[in-house]
Ligand binder design. Structure first.
Ligand code: 3PG
Length: 204
């Protein structure tokens, strides 16, 4: 029965400053490092075989802190741009509240949470799904089929896209779903890859 754990990176400097991050390569805050350490403590009881992350440092550093916490710094790690945060295009670096003042709450919410509305020169959740899910199917499902336990550390929207696939979440429903930083979510599958159990480790 393979386990998959997904974790959004800990708080980043732009998260703290309420700025759009997207594909900007921004470091964790001290609070984000602490969140990663706490995530590691929750993951400790699950024997992992491999980990996957993006090529952005907030995710890589979160993974490194988790691996240190669970005493598995030699775990095989794959870093791929397929798991990167979606691009927020022209919004990157800008203040989220300022953007609400300029464009209105509904527009900003649509850019942030809708499935197919594209932020200016950025990437929609649909486009993110179209790179995350094929990568998951090609590179990660075969490992789970070999009964390997896998950890993925990535980003709010690359992981929302993956959650849509894993939990069969519809286009409308996904707009209400947000993944908190540093909160591990566990998926347990049967040997024929049927989802048997899903939930946040800090709520179990
Ligand atoms: O890119 C960002 O700004 C964050 O990682 C996620 O942003 P969101 O909550 O607006 O999707």
């Amino acid at each position: 029965m393979p386990d998959l754990i997904i974790v959004r990176h800990g708080q980043s400097e732009y998260n703290l400053e309420n700025r759009f991050t997207g594909s900007t390569d921004i470091e964790l805050t001290p609070e984000g490092e602490l969140e990663a350490k706490k995530a590691g403590a929750l993951i400790k009881n699950y024997p992992l075989d491999e980990a996957f992350t993006s090529v952005l440092k907030r995710a890589i550093h979160t993974l490194n802190i988790i691996l240190k916490e669970i005493d598995k710094t030699s775990l095989p790690v794959t870093k791929t741009p397929a798991l990167n945060e979606r691009s927020y295009g022209d919004l990157q670096g800008l203040d989220k509240t300022e953007m609400i003042k300029k464009f209105g709450e509904d527009q900003v919410l649509a850019w942030r949470r809708s499935y197919d509305i594209i932020p200016p020169h950025g990437e929609s959740l649909k486009e993110t799904y179209d790179r995350v899910v094929p990568y998951y199917e090609k590179a990660i499902i075969p490992k789970l089929r070999q009964d390997k336990n896998i950890l993925i550390v990535a980003h709010g929207n690359s992981l929302r896209a993956l959650m849509m696939f894993l939990e069969n979440i519809g286009h409308a429903e996904i707009s209400d779903i947000n993944l908190a930083t540093g909160s591990p979510r566990l998926y347990q599958f049967s040997s024929d890859m049927q989802l048997k159990n899903v939930g946040y480790l800090d709520q179990q």
